[in-house]
Write a protein that binds this ligand. Structure first.
Ligand SMILES: [Zn+2]
Ligand SMILES: [Zn+2]
Length: 131
């Protein structure tokens, strides 16, 4: 497997996650989508590529207990609402206090590079289907 092919696959995987609007896909979803443009790609390669893209700073992993990892391509520092019923992540579009600068100032000896804050509850779709 040459470098060119790796690069092409990596681009295809990243594009799929980036175009999953309002959605934070898991590896299985990414695999299904990527195969439309790269039919030869394997699920193992998709997992490894997603890991690499996280290491390189292109994606963020979103994890919940007992659920498949989801991937975030929107790195603007937004927070999430998480539905406990369907486990979907929803982006919070709301002005945020700059938590990172404040906390960094209070803990200068700690090298902080990431903030993860979650708001949990039940999304409108799950609420209406439960009634
Ligand atoms: Zn829900
Ligand atoms: Zn998000």
């Amino acid at each position: 497997m040459g470098m060119k092919r790796l690069t092409r696959q990596r681009k295809a995987v990243l594009e799929v996650v980036r175009h999953a609007r309002g959605h934070h896909p898991d590896a299985a979803w990414v695999f299904t989508e990527v195969r439309k443009t790269v039919p030869s790609i394997s699920l193992g390669t998709v997992y490894r590529t997603l890991d690499t893209l996280i290491e390189e700073g292109y994606l963020l992993p979103l994890s919940r207990p007992n659920e498949a990892l989801q991937y975030e391509a929107n790195l603007d520092g937004h927070l999430h609402l998480i539905c406990r019923s369907c486990n979907e992540f929803f982006d919070i579009v709301h002005p945020l206090p700059d938590l990172l600068s404040g906390v960094k100032a209070s803990y200068p000896e700690f090298e902080i590079d990431r903030v993860q804050v979650e708001y949990q509850g039940i999304c409108p779709k799950c609420r209406s289907s439960a009634q």
